[in-house]
Write a new protein. Structure first.
Length: 145
């Protein structure tokens, strides 16, 4: 499946400093045409310590607005969910009801004030496990709800 136009992607990440992101992207060796498209359509934040609370939702919208029309963003990726999870408001990431409320109150709020049709990608770490355990019980190794 090929999109009819280049997708506008906002990647909010909480783990990597800018120099490491740059190094990783340079290893991908994009051609000039691709680099031009990427520079216009992909925003990757440097390491962010932003909580996705009511203020954080507005801050993310403002960060997107610095480079894109917020109503045209196609994909919002959040890496990692734990890095933006509001532990003060929601008891913990291991509670299904807390996670549901966080997704509804924060992630859906972000989508509604940007592009209600955009896709949301959330990453969530897995527990450190052996290869054997991963093969035998792949879904038992996720961390959180």
């Amino acid at each position: 499946m090929v999109p009819i136009r280049p997708l506008k992607i906002f990647y909010l990440q909480t783990d990597l400093e800018y120099p490491y992101i740059k190094e990783r992207l340079q290893q991908l060796k994009f051609d000039d045409k691709s680099l031009e498209l990427i520079s216009k359509n992909l925003i990757i934040t440097p390491k962010t310590s932003l909580l996705l609370n009511s203020q954080g939702v507005e801050e993310v919208k403002d960060i997107i607005a610095e480079r894109l029309d917020v109503k045209t963003v196609d994909i919002i990726a959040i890496d990692t969910l734990r890095g933006v999870f509001d532990f003060n408001q929601y008891k913990g990431e291991n509670s299904n009801s807390s996670m549901f409320c966080f997704l509804k109150d924060r992630v859906e709020k972000l989508r509604s004030i940007t592009n209600p049709s955009c896709g949301i990608i959330l990453t969530h770490n897995t527990n450190k496990v052996s290869k054997k355990s991963l093969v035998e019980e792949p879904f038992q190794n996720f961390s959180g709800a």
